[in-house]
Design a protein around this ligand. Structure first.
Ligand SMILES: Nc1nc2c(ncn2[C@@H]2O[C@H](COP(=O)(O)OP(=O)(O)O)[C@@H](O)[C@H]2O)c(=O)[nH]1
Ligand SMILES: [Mg+2]
Length: 363
């Protein structure tokens, strides 16, 4: 019996069980499974997705290989995807750090400054990398620069693409293939749902027979996507360049980011707050005295997502922190806020999501 793997997700192709990964009704001719076919051609959302159960095994096996590692993070979700577990695993490897999805940033953003900022984040963690660059797999931007960096660092080894789920690992490999081969269709299956790539996918690519190797991603359990239904994903994930919105906040003002989070400010003087998130998310400034009423009456209506159905399984938590200076607040999965000034923030957010504070990345 010949064992064939799906080119789209890496599963072993089989024609026994339509409910399992790798199923195809035409085993002899198939190069991709039915699931990948449907995602690619009908824009269906995958029902079978990778879980974190065997991710540790995957990453432990991968880091044992003599290979160049391309560690990909998502600019929209930097702090969560610049993941501590992955950094620990990659610490003594040859690593190129790639910041993907830069098409989402305003065109005026200084990408060199962002790379420098990322380099500082690496230094803070004692994480040595060979090179740092940005890409947009979607637009095909800076792919040539990535190819050059890989060529310089590869030394006749395979190149593994590592990172959290949804950062764009498979999309970057497709972009590399599109740039350097005659492929005009994406080989590897990609989608908005975390866990689309199920197994390692080896794509022979270099003259010395070495390959680009795609891997499943680590799923961030604290990502907002994990708390909502896939029907809300397109509202939360920006599909085009973000238009930052700046608010001049006064003491006793609050800011809702749809129903996903609400920040209430105590401010000695004025404060500027710039929100970077999908245009489809409703931003609402109000007096803090009205927050409770809005939460009680408008959640799932004006303040949506979450929808009424999603709210049935959700609860909220509150925390407080102090800001002094120019900082970025990262919400894992739906964007970031840049705050410039001195303030106290009481943040109401969905349980099982996370917020991280770093020095300001842009602005
Ligand atoms: N805006 C934008 N979206 C991207 C980019 N790269 C990937 N995506 C999207 O992010 C989602 C996850 O991509 P995928 O390649 O499947 O990520 P993987 O899980 O890391 O392999 C898909 O919806 C992609 O279309 C990019 O450069 N810009
Ligand atoms: Mg993938």
């Amino acid at each position: 019996m010949i064992i064939k793997k799906c080119n789209g997700c890496g599963s072993i192709l089989q024609d026994n069980d339509a409910n399992l990964a790798g199923y195809t009704p035409k085993l002899i001719d198939a190069v991709i499974c039915q699931r990948c076919f449907r995602i690619k051609h009908y824009n269906e959302l995958p029902k079978i997705v990778a879980s974190n159960e065997d991710y540790l095994q995957v990453i432990n096996a991968v880091v044992k290989r003599k290979a160049l590692m391309v560690f990909i993070v998502d600019i929209f979700n930097f702090k969560a995807t610049f993941n501590d577990l992955l950094i620990e695993k990659l610490k003594n490897k040859d690593v190129i750090l790639v910041i993907n999805k830069v098409d989402l940033l305003p065109k005026s953003s200084n990408l060199a400054k962002i790379t420098e900022w990322a380099s500082n984040q690496c230094a803070k963690k004692g994480f040595k990398v060979l090179a740092i660059g940005v890409t947009s797999a979607k637009k095909g931007s800076y792919i040539d620069e990535l190819i050059k960096a890989i060529d310089l660092a590869r030394k006749e080894r395979d190149v593994y693409f590592i990172g959290c789920a949804n950062v764009g690992k498979s999309s970057i490999i497709n972009a590399l293939l599109r740039r350097t081969t005659s492929a005009n269709l994406d080989l590897i299956t990609t989608s908005i749902i975390p866990g689309t790539t199920l197994k390692e996918i080896r794509v022979p690519y270099f003259i010395d027979n070495q390959a680009l190797v795609d891997t499943p991603g680590l799923i961030n359990e604290k990502d907002i996507l994990n708390q909502l239904f896939p029907t809300s994903y397109r509202t939360i994930i920006p599909s085009s360049e973000i238009r930052p919105v700046t608010f001049q906040m006064l003491d006793g003002n609050s800011l809702f980011i749809a129903g996903l989070a609400c920040l209430s400010f105590t401010i000695p003087s004025k404060l500027s707050v710039t929100v970077y998130c999908a245009r489809s998310l409703y931003l609402h400034r109000c007096k803090t005295s009205r927050v409770e009423e809005l939460f009680n009456n408008q959640l799932g209506l004006l303040l949506i997502p979450p929808t009424k159905e999603e709210l049935e399984a959700l609860s909220y938590t509150e925390e407080e922190f102090k800001i002094n200076g120019k900082k970025t607040l990262w919400f894992s999965g739906f964007g970031f806020i840049i705050i410039n000034g001195k303030c106290n923030i009481r943040l109401k957010r969905i349980v099982n999501t996370e917020v991280y504070i770093t020095d300001a990345i842009i602005g």
